[in-house]
Design a protein. Sequence first.
Length: 103
Amino acid sequence: MNWRSEHIWIEFITGSRKTSNFGWAFILFLGSLGFLVVGASSYLGRNLISVFPSQQIVFFPQGIVMSFYGIAGLFISSYLWCTISWNVGSGYDRFDRKEGIVC
């Protein structure tokens, strides 16, 4: 949405609240949660996810790496959700022909 008058033109900028950002944050959250659950199930030796038995994944080194990727993914996902909630990058550009100012 843009706003125009004779001397001033205002162009609104969407920022980080785009559909693609919501999708990436959601997919990253679910994927990292899956990695963390698989790492925890390999540590506990129980099947928390019934897709495959936990005996196939040894805690050292695969379970530790999957837990690390799960925790790192949760941090990145929380960063994305914070930028979406704060709407980082949104605002407007104002072009003023009379004053010769762009801000």
